[in-house]
Design a protein around this ligand. Structure first.
Ligand SMILES: *Cc1c(COP(=O)(O)O)cnc(C)c1O
Length: 418
């Protein structure tokens, strides 16, 4: 008698090392090989026809059927390995699609699910590129966009309930750079009550996949700039979308083949090697950031430190406790003395580098109002709370005592402590 395979459930850190890669398909290599081909040789003309039927949605693969690869813009082995191996990191995901940047992932998602004549509700502020995409491409194409301030739970519910032809609710939480949190579960509940059954997508770049789990909270899609924490070394661009429903991912892959923005084999291989250390890096970054945020909150140069564990607003604390496991590696300082103070601080840093981007093993700092958020109007910046004295710090994996000394010295250059 054939014994059933023992079923076992492992945690994400184990699954990412043991699931989704079959060494036999890489001539026994313990880690994936790189397949750089642009095109694949068919096993027979019939298999070629079958592969096209499946790729173009005219047929569905049978259980256990091995389908020939076609052409790398559609898919390739390294994309498939990466997509299988990243799924265990995102709680609740069943499938993933990889793109050649975070913006490629976001633009493909919006173009796929928000056709002309439909509407989209989103939190604000958004990542600058996403905001520009809405304004310069989606709106001219005839997609109505409705913005709701980050953290405004009641406002988001009203906007969702009162928007006709709503196809997508797009939430970025915590917001960049203010770290204001938006209630994912409440957005999902409002979307479920809407007659058009809009999808809910969460840009989970800042806290995911280790500390925030949108799919577990009911969201349909989790979106990443994998350039940040997933890749983790500030040396590549990538984007990922994960979903509970594999059908949504299949639809996205179809649009990806049309737009031609799949992640290339070498980049897939590189990102694949980084997945196994995501929880290690993110845990260290969050611990470092928390120690620094808490230590400098009372420095005389500091007006306020924006950081989830230092939050005092009851509604923000409620959202944090409901959806964030740990506060994460981004600390935003609001300094007394406006832009001159912020620039003095940036010039004074010796370890943290003055650069945009975030999530890498090295600490980075920037002035959002004049860089990452300079596309916004002055009115939008003020409304979103992006002040002249604001500096966003992406905390790396250096020794936190050295980082704290670096930040303190740069703060002392503005206003010496005691
Ligand atoms: C960086 C970033 C993006 C865009 O990702 P790219 O990889 O730079 O294209 C989108 N959303 C957030 C929150 C980001 O930080």
């Amino acid at each position: 008698m054939k014994r059933p395979k023992p079923s076992y459930v492992v945690r994400p850190e184990t699954a990412v090392l043991t699931r989704g890669f079959d060494p036999r398909l890489s001539v026994g290599s313990a880690r994936p090989a790189v397949f750089r081909s642009s095109t694949y040789v068919f096993s027979s003309p019939e298999s070629a026809a079958r592969a096209f039927d499946i790729a173009l949605g005219r047929a569905r693969p049978a259980v256990g059927e091995s389908v020939d690869l076609i052409y790398s813009r559609l898919s390739h082995p390294n994309a498939e390995i990466l997509e299988d191996q990243i799924v265990p990191l995102e709680q609740g995901a069943s499938a993933a699609a990889v793109f050649n940047s975070g913006m490629a992932a976001i633009s493909t998602l919006l173009l796929t699910f928000c056709p002309p004549g439909t509407a989209l509700v989103h939190s604000t502020p958004l990542y600058g590129g996403t905001q520009l995409l809405l304004r310069s491409l989606l709106e001219p194409l005839g997609v109505r966009t409705i913005a709701v301030d980050a953290g405004d739970t009641a406002g988001l519910a009203v906007a969702i309930a009162s928007t006709a032809k709503l196809r997508l609710v797009f939430v970025e939480t915590p917001a960049n750079p203010t770290l204001r949190m938006t209630d994912i579960r409440s957005a999902v509940e409002s979307a479920r009550r809407h007659p058009d059954a809009p999808l809910v997508a969460v840009d989970n770049t800042f806290l995911g996949p280790s500390f925030q789990h949108p799919l577990q909270l009911g969201a349909d899609l989790a979106v990443y700039s994998a350039t940040k924490y997933l890749a983790g070394f500030s040396d590549m661009l990538a984007g990922v979308v994960l979903a509970r429903d594999g059908g949504l991912v299949a639809t996205l892959r179809g649009m990806r083949a049309v737009l031609g923005n799949i992640l290339q084999p070498d980049e897939c291989w590189l990102l694949n090697t980084r997945l196994v250390t995501v929880p290690l890096r993110m845990n260290r970054q969050s611990k470092n950031a928390q120690r620094i945020a808490e230590a400098i909150a009372s420095h005389p140069a500091v007006r306020r430190v924006h950081y989830p564990s230092l939050e005092t607003d009851p509604e923000q604390c409620r959202i944090r406790d409901a959806q964030c496991d740990y506060p994460g590696g981004i600390v935003t300082l609001d300094l007394h003395g406006g832009r001159p103070a912020a620039f003095t601080f940036l010039r004074g840093l010796r370890i943290a580098k003055n650069a945009v981007s975030l999530g890498g093993v090295e600490s980075l700092a920037c002035h959002p109002r004049t860089t990452t958020h300079s596309e916004m109007t002055l009115e939008e910046l003020d409304r979103a709370g992006v002040t002249e004295g604001m500096v966003r710090l992406s905390v790396g994996i250096e020794d936190w005592r050295d980082l704290l000394a670096d930040v303190r010295a740069a703060l002392d250059a503005i206003a010496p402590a005691g």
